[in-house]
Ligand binder design. Structure first.
Ligand SMILES: *Cc1c(COP(=O)(O)O)cnc(C)c1O
Length: 360
């Protein structure tokens, strides 16, 4: 069935012109496309978690404010005392809440590019203008002069900085970020989705900069299926954004599960350090490949460029060998023939390497 005239008449033109975010089916494939933690929990922890969930009252609405959970998060993640927290159904939802809170005709949302695609997509849906400022092409570092000029020209309400950046994997220079925060007329969101791997944070600077917000997610830490993100910052901002949050956005099972697993952070931290040593191993192997340029990474993924064959061919060949990675070739002009691999288990990474050897 084609688009009826009614659909054409009522759905916003910007929505009609977009394509939905597409996560390709990966049934039966080794999934190395979405930066998921490849490890499961030890059996005893899993059993204790299920016992905990058995007493959850799913006939009741969840705790709308989730105050107890927020206190636990504050303490586990060392959120400064003066900072307030807002919880989202994944940090994607927080990006949406922030954007909806500022979007008016003419409002600008800014981020360096290439970066996380949801900043642009969410801004456009909300009816704001998105301005992407190119990173430096050679090493994907922040182009401070370009950022400062763009800030002056466009006066962005929000600047999103993914730190480490996705899909390039690097941490931008801290002094560069500070000059962006100091020049920004509005909010700067440090999106620290990969904090557990980079172990660096702007969280302590919340006390210094009133226009800084620091966002984290439990997804890359190992709970992508649960959907929990949070953002910390000045109450004056977060009280406003709180009004846009749907009251029951964090379900009963999620609240219970997060409260449980936060008592077992040692499990997740151990998994993260395994992932890090696997990443370093895979990085070393890839630098020895001929025809590949691989970038260093502070996250749980690696970006590489195929210098001879096309990324489409490599992507397809790996899929035929049972491995799903992300083809970024059309995501940004700087990413031509680039692909991104999430770090898997040792066995998965070895399979990936042998499949790549057959392909390239
Ligand atoms: C994965 C990712 C997110 C989204 O995380 P969710 O909490 O799962 O919605 C946000 N920002 C960056 C930079 C990411 O890579």
């Amino acid at each position: 069935m084609g688009k009826s005239n009614k659909v054409k008449r009522w759905i916003k033109p910007v929505v009609q012109s977009m394509s939905a975010y597409h996560a390709p089916p990966a049934e039966g494939l080794v999934k190395l496309d979405a930066m998921e933690n490849p490890y499961n929990w030890p059996e005893d922890i899993k059993q204790a978690w299920l016992t905990e969930l058995a007493s959850a009252e799913i006939n009741r609405y969840p705790d709308a404010e989730a105050e107890a959970l927020k206190e636990q998060i504050s303490s586990v993640f060392s959120i400064p005392q003066e900072a307030q927290l807002l919880l989202g159904n994944g940090s994607d939802e927080i990006i949406q809440i922030l954007t909806l809170g500022v979007a008016q005709p003419g409002t600008v949302i800014m981020a360096p590019e290439p970066s996380f695609a949801m900043y642009r997509m969410t801004a456009q849906i909300a009816g704001a203008e998105f301005v992407g400022v190119p990173l430096k092409q050679d090493d994907f570092s922040l182009d401070v002069d370009a950022m400062l000029a763009a800030i002056k020209q466009y006066q962005p309400a929000i600047i999103f900085l993914a730190w480490p950046n996705n899909p390039t994997g690097n941490l931008f220079d801290e002094t560069a970020i500070i000059s962006v925060i100091e020049a920004a007329p509005g909010i700067v969101v440090l999106d620290e989705a990969y904090h557990v791997f980079a172990q660096k944070s702007f969280m302590p600077l919340l006390e210094k900069y009133e226009n800084l917000l620091v966002m984290r997610t439990l997804s890359k830490l190992g709970l992508a299926g649960l959907r929990l993100g949070f953002i910390a910052g000045c109450p004056a901002w977060l009280n406003e954004f709180e009004k846009l949050r749907m009251p029951y956005n964090i379900g009963v099972l999620t609240q219970r599960s997060v409260a449980f697993i936060l008592q077992h952070m040692d499990v997740l931290n151990r998994q993260a350090s395994l992932i890090l040593s696997e990443r370093d191993e895979l990085y070393k192997e890839l630098t020895n490949f001929e025809g590949i340029k691989v970038w260093p990474s502070d996250a749980n993924f690696l970006l590489f460029k195929s210098e001879n064959s096309s990324a489409d061919i490599i992507h397809l060949a790996l899929k035929e060998r049972g491995i799903m990675i992300k083809n970024l070739s059309t995501a940004h002009p700087y990413l031509q023939n680039c692909l991104r691999i999430a770090i898997g288990t040792q066995e998965e990474n070895e399979n990936l390497l042998s499949a790549l050897k057959e392909t390239i």
